[in-house]
Design a protein around this ligand. Sequence first.
Ligand code: SF4
Length: 264
Amino acid sequence: MSTPPRWTDRQLALLAALGVRDWWPLPPTAPEAEPQPKPEPQSEAVAAPAEAVRPPPPPAPALPQAEPAPLALTLDAEGLNAAIRACRACGLCEGRRQAVPGVGALPAPWMVVGEAPGEQEDAQGEPFVGPAGQLLDAMLAAMGLDRRATEPAKQVYIANAVKCRPPRNRAPEADELAACRPYLWRQIELVNPRLVLVFGKVAAQTLLGTDEALGKLRGRVHRLPDGRPAVVTYHPAYLLRQPQDKLKAWEDLCLALDTAEALP
Ligand code: SF4
């Protein structure tokens, strides 16, 4: 039987952040259920050092994805956030307490795109808070990133595909995603990330213009319409419900780090 390979401290830290351990060798991959990021579970421990690991997937070729051209918003960051907070372009404005534009530095070398605000995000006005947000922060920390970092290399901007909470935390509908997409594209322009981490199928749909299952989108590097690399992985809320898929998320994050490091 082969022995576990040696891995970098960064890869091990990612495993620990995901709460992954004892997984060499990995059993055959089971068919993947379609992830549904909400509602969030109540809690999940984030810790436990990794003891053994398996190799990350081989580098995948870039995948061009068709996507309608982003609409031309030219607002600066302040104007964009004000426009989002005042927006009534889709029905999600009716049930929100407040719109949730995003959090983090602009510009930033990394950007995270999730699905939509949940109850706590709607109340606090910040994306990815609560248990899923805690897991995301742990994953980002293992990657050397922090949503509140002042050091440029550690900065990451976090946003969602739609900025207002859908009723009962349902998935955003196509017209809602379309209405909110110009804001997201403008955020990407302002953040100007070297790489975009795409969490969950809804975010992948709106950024990549595809209905493919998330299991078929992850594990390779995509290109946004502006040529920017993007890596798709599971939404942290899904990982809290399906911890067996944390290993795959770890592979995706390692792929993202390797991709970012290889950029000129
Ligand atoms: S979800 Fe987006 S498009 Fe819809 S009202 Fe909120 S900010 Fe406007």
